[in-house]
Structure formats: C-alpha cells, structure tokens
Ligand binder design. Sequence first.
Ligand SMILES: [Zn+2]
Length: 190
Amino acid sequence: MATGAVHTRASMVLALPTGAAAWIGYDWWVGVRSVPVAAGAMLGCLTGIFLTPDLDIEAVTGSEWTIIKWTLGLGWLWVLFWWPYAWVFHHRSIWSHLPILSTVIRLLYVALVFSLWWWVLSVLVAAVTFMFGNGSYWLPEVNPASMWAFCMENFEWAFGLFFGLAVSDFAHWLMDAAPLRGMKTVGNEL
Ligand SMILES: [Zn+2]
C-alpha cells in the first residue's frame, strides 16, 4: 500500500506527461491546440496531491499538515472542510477511491460544501453590516449553479483540470490496489 509521500511523488512525476497527453489528445479529438487544456491538466494533476482520495481519512494526513504549515494554521479550515467527507466515506471505499466516480463525487462535495460555507459567510456579513452600518454589502453569489456556469465559460481550463485530477486519482487507485498487494506495510496504510 502506498503512503501519502509516494502518492505525492507520483502526482508530481505524472504532471508533465499528463499535460502533454491532454495537449495531444485534445488536438486529435477537437482539432484545437489548447494551452489551457494542457496547463489545466498539469495543474489538475498537482491539485490531486491535496484534493486526494485520502481525504476520506479522519485523522490529519501528511498533505493536510503541509497545508496547515504553509498557511500558518489557516489550513485547519481545510481539515474542517473535509471532516464530514471523512466521516461519511470509509477509507478506500469506492466512493472516495474508484477512478472517475470518486473524482466527480469529490468535486461535487467541494461545490456543495463550499456553497454552504459561503452562504453562512454571507449571512454573517449581512448581520454584521446590519448591526454596524446601513446593512448594505456586496458579495459575489457562489452556488453550485454559478460554479458550473463559470466552468462552462472557461471550458478548456475546466476540462484540463478535471482530466489532470482524474489521472492523479487513477494513479492513486492503482497504487492503493492490486498491483502493490503483498507489499503492505503495517501502520502506513495511506
Ligand atoms: Zn488511498
């Protein structure tokens, strides 16, 4: 079973070939040489280091510690954000680990939970501005529909990012699954 550090390295190594594959594939498929698709795919693959299938682990993982350190503690919000996900999905269940399906579920989770947090934030801002001002404020509207519309407006970026993330998740699944069975190291089952 691969550890978090091994998954991280795999996503880093895969980023460049994934970008190249996206560039060639999109050109072949759509007939467009798209920089956003290629760059998005590279970025999506690297995003997989943090938006990982192992967010289904309730304990704070290596990648989460990295975020907490880099953000001077703000990363605890990230841990909190994913806590319900870890609580609902068992570690290495098909919902969090099966290629494509788990990638889609994780992105849906981001859209829904982020929208919920955003909604709570706007209620708080409304209350505070009402108490200390004339109650007028402006926050952009963020909800799953507006996020989807944004992705469609920036389709090539969104497509590339999804592709890259899916590749990262696919590699994660392969490394967690059959090929490495028998190399299980006790206590290191990330
Ligand atoms: Zn895993």
